[in-house]
Design a protein around this ligand. Structure first.
Ligand SMILES: [Zn+2]
Length: 379
């Protein structure tokens, strides 16, 4: 039996309900309070999204997420973590005359259930697949809801091994190794701010650890090899294209709807937010943003986090990366040690309204990669 089937078959109703209670349990123990940190800064309304879509009344609004029509047979689910962490990331669904595709597995089965309910309000066509854009917990921990409903779960071929390595193998096991780098960072903090950053990182890791132990993890059961991508899927008078692009993790997918000029980007776009880079390839990511920049001026992006956006969202993310790169290059040129270079990055005034998941997850790895690239003469 392959690992994917084993995990699927492990889903019992009891375990499933245990998994469904992740959100409450995790919130209760987490020093990372989404209401005062990450979530508070996310722009959920207004903005410069090119579509009138965001002003449309929602098909369904659960507080923690709302599903809105962004085109014929195309709905975006935009999360508001300040009102609950069931979904946490954005997603949505697309359908034609014959079939539908769900985008994202969300942070909990309740999040995935919200999306299923929304789809069923919009159409009765059969569901061809649910796609996780990448392996991160907030895009995959709700998969059990889809698995229980018999919906095939598709993902990039890197997702299953990464979920096994980072989540499944740690479930109900000692997690000292997971906390060790942040604990070392905390112990060796070089300033008060640096100490706060390390505490925040540690809080996030403990939140994640709790989620790992209290979620029924369902792995994707249909892996898409990069050599098979881009892949066109005919949903009946509606074609979607699944592509892979480098950047956020070792295996990210996007979903394009060419006839409507809508792109579901997963976390390759964080709108109005510092990007999460802890397992990113930042130079690859910049190339991906250049690709997005060549899409049309009217393209509607459904980002992984934050409000719907157009090209201004791509431009903003590029400018944030440019600022991080400039800082890292300057530090490298001055011979400042990397650890200090990471701690010395200061959020500029114009980015103070952006959300920041945690310092270590967003800033440290980006600075480290740009610092090395500067030393190698690549930037
Ligand atoms: Zn992510």
């Amino acid at each position: 039996m392959n690992p994917s089937n084993r995990i699927h078959s492990a889903i019992s109703r009891r375990n499933f309900l245990r998994g469904a209670s992740l959100t409450g349990a995790a919130l209760a123990v987490s020093p990372w309070n989404a209401r005062t940190a990450w979530a508070a800064a996310l722009p959920f309304t207004g903005g410069q999204a090119p579509a009138a879509a965001m002003s449309a009344p929602p098909l369904v609004d659960a507080g923690f997420a709302a599903a809105r029509k962004v085109g014929e047979g195309i709905y975006a689910v935009i999360s508001d973590p300040s009102k609950g962490m069931e979904t946490l990331c954005n997603g949505g669904f697309v359908f034609g005359k014959d079939a539908a595709i769900l985008w994202e597995g969300y942070a909990s089965p309740k999040g995935a259930a919200f999306q299923l309910d929304a789809l069923q309000k919009a159409t009765k066509v059969p569901i061809k697949a649910a796609i996780d854009s990448h392996y991160h917990f907030d895009h995959s921990f709700g998969n059990a809801q889809y698995a229980a409903a018999g919906i095939p779960i598709w993902a990039h071929a890197k997702v299953v091994p990464l979920m096994i390595e980072r989540y499944v193998s740690l479930q109900n096991r000692d997690k000292a190794a997971m906390f060790a780098p942040a604990e070392t960072h905390l112990r060796d903090a070089i300033s008060e701010d640096d100490k706060k950053h390390a505490e925040s990182d540690l809080g996030t890791l403990k939140f994640l650890a709790n989620g790992i132990d209290n979620t029924v993890l369902a792995l994707p059961n249909h892996s898409l090899a990069p050599t098979d991508l881009p892949m066109k899927v005919d949903l009946g008078g509606r074609e979607v294209v699944i592509e892979t692009h480098p950047g956020h993790t070792p295996g990210d997918l996007i979903l394009r709807v060419p006839d409507a000029d809508v792109v579901f980007t997963g976390d390759l776009i964080f709108n109005h937010s510092y990007p999460v880079t802890f397992d990113a390839d930042v130079l690859g990511w910049l190339k991906t943003l250049d690709v997005f920049g060549r899409y049309g001026r009217k393209t509607v992006f459904v980002p992984g986090h934050g409000a719907l956006c157009g090209q201004e969202g791509v431009e903003l993310l590029k400018s944030v990366f440019a600022d991080l790169a400039q800082h890292a290059r300057q530090m490298a040129q001055m011979g400042v040690p990397l650890r200090e270079a990471q701690a010395r990055y200061a959020v500029p005034e114009q980015y103070k309204s952006l959300s920041l998941f945690t310092w270590g997850f967003c800033i440290d790895q980006a600075v480290a990669q740009f610092y090395q690239a500067a030393k190698d003469g690549k930037i």
